[in-house]
Design a protein around this ligand. Structure first.
Ligand SMILES: *Cc1c(COP(=O)(O)O)cnc(C)c1O
Length: 344
């Protein structure tokens, strides 16, 4: 079977997780009767110091419900140019919520609070759109799994408060940020009005995200989740996978990070322009093929033919993501495939 480094979403539920799924107590969640969903929502909200949580099938939906609670129709959300909310949610903020976006570009997706605050325009009057919220991604996916700095979060919160703006955290990979930085979930939670987290990325659940915020916002988001057609029934079978993932798969992310660094070091040894290993902070290895005589798509195809799946995300940019179903043996094999791919 091919080694699959396209994303950390490609993992399959382990047998322990499948047992947890099989044994989950369930009920009709639209009636609020699913004990496993309820306990997951309470558990994750508590982890981040929030009043309430809402289980959603995808991270995109968790993000969209969150920003919908912060930004009214005709108002503006600002976010980094390459953030998931802006680039990878198919214009959902505009399509569903009438939210416009404006963006700032950050090197490797790394937040400088002043970049965001400088373009924010709250209360813009009758001519210009008013900014009401700022969205931040941690870790930053297209930035290469980078971790945001706490001092920038502090500065951002301070500036946002003084301007009357709210803050959303896209924490699809907040688990990776926590494990690599040692910053607690409670500390991350302190700076944001709404948070989304994914159980289906590094944590290895087959599906599931949560939106976290105040009781009031979560109650409103619950109505919108149903309106969007995502009221789910005996979905404790999925929430059980989430509980299992939180119990077993957070601390082991250090292994994914170690393997990502190992890949980066090996690739840097092949050609130093591909990647600076010191920029690999978590489980994402982004390669710059700028000086290579082939495109990202051609390179990805070449690797696929040799048994390694990777993502071509830009004309000259490919991404490798380590995960739960990628071990040390496969890491050695992947390095051998990459070495050959670059010389032939
Ligand atoms: C994967 C991801 C999401 C959510 O994606 P879904 O596929 O909708 O679950 C949100 N934000 C970031 C940064 C992601 O990488």
């Amino acid at each position: 079977m091919a080694i699959d480094l396209r994303s950390d979403t490609v993992t399959r539920p382990s047998s322990g997780m499948r047992d947890a799924i099989a044994q989950a107590p369930v009920g009709d969640d639209v009636y609020g009767d699913d004990p496993t969903v309820n306990s997951l929502e309470e558990r994750v909200a508590e982890m981040f110091g929030k009043e309430a949580g809402l289980f959603t099938p995808t991270g995109s939906l968790a993000n969209q419900l969150a920003i919908r609670m912060l930004v009214a129709q005709g108002e503006e959300l600002i976010a980094e140019t390459n953030s998931h909310i802006v680039r990878a949610e198919l214009g959902a903020a505009a399509v569903f919520s009438g939210i416009t976006t404006r963006t700032w570009l950050a090197h490797r997706g790394l937040l400088k609070a002043s970049d965001a605050l400088d373009i924010a325009r709250p209360d813009s009057g009758p001519y210009l759109v008013s900014t009401t919220a700022i969205a931040i991604e941690n870790t930053h996916n297209f930035g290469g799994g980078t971790i945001q700095s706490m001092s920038e979060f502090q500065a951002l919160r301070f500036g946002a408060d003084s301007m009357g703006l709210t803050l959303h955290l896209d924490g699809a990979r907040i688990w990776n940020a926590h494990v690599a930085s040692g910053v607690s979930f409670l500390e991350y939670g302190k700076y944001f009005d709404t948070i989304s987290v994914c159980l289906s990325k590094g944590l290895g659940a087959p599906i599931g995200s949560l939106m976290l915020s105040t009781k009031e916002r979560v109650a409103k988001a619950r109505v919108w989740r149903k309106r969007y057609g995502s009221g789910m029934r005996q979905v404790g079978v999925l929430a059980a996978a989430g509980h299992f993932a939180l119990d077993h798969n957070i601390e082991r992310l250090v292994d994914d990070h170690r393997r990502a660094r190992k890949l980066a070091l090996a690739l840097n040894a092949i050609d130093a322009t591909l990647i600076d290993p010191s920029t690999v902070e978590t489980n994402i290895v982004g390669l710059d093929l700028g000086i290579m005589p082939f495109t990202a798509t051609e390179f990805a195809k070449h690797c696929r033919d040799a048994g390694l799946l990777i993502s071509a995300l830009g004309p000259k940019y490919v991404r490798l993501v380590t995960h739960l179903d990628f071990d040390d043996t496969q890491c050695e094999q992947a390095i051998e495939i990459l070495k050959k791919a670059f010389v032939t």
